[in-house]
Design a protein. Sequence first.
Length: 83
Amino acid sequence: MTDKPEPRKYLVAWLVGLGALVVIVVVDFATHHHASFERDEISIDTMPEFFPLFGLCAGMGMILLAKTLSVALKRKDTFYADD
């Protein structure tokens, strides 16, 4: 017997995640957004897809930063070994 989860669990997790994404996007289209930088003639934050895309880019940026830091801070396998 293996310790691998069943593929059905992955499918359910993906469907729940996609369902949550659909709900967030639909609610975002129904929400009125006020421009944060209205006096500077910048209205990118009033687009309905701005906040989901901003969250996606921020999350991807944090993952890339963590991966970069893990490579930079990696130690050898024998770092704590008594020589």
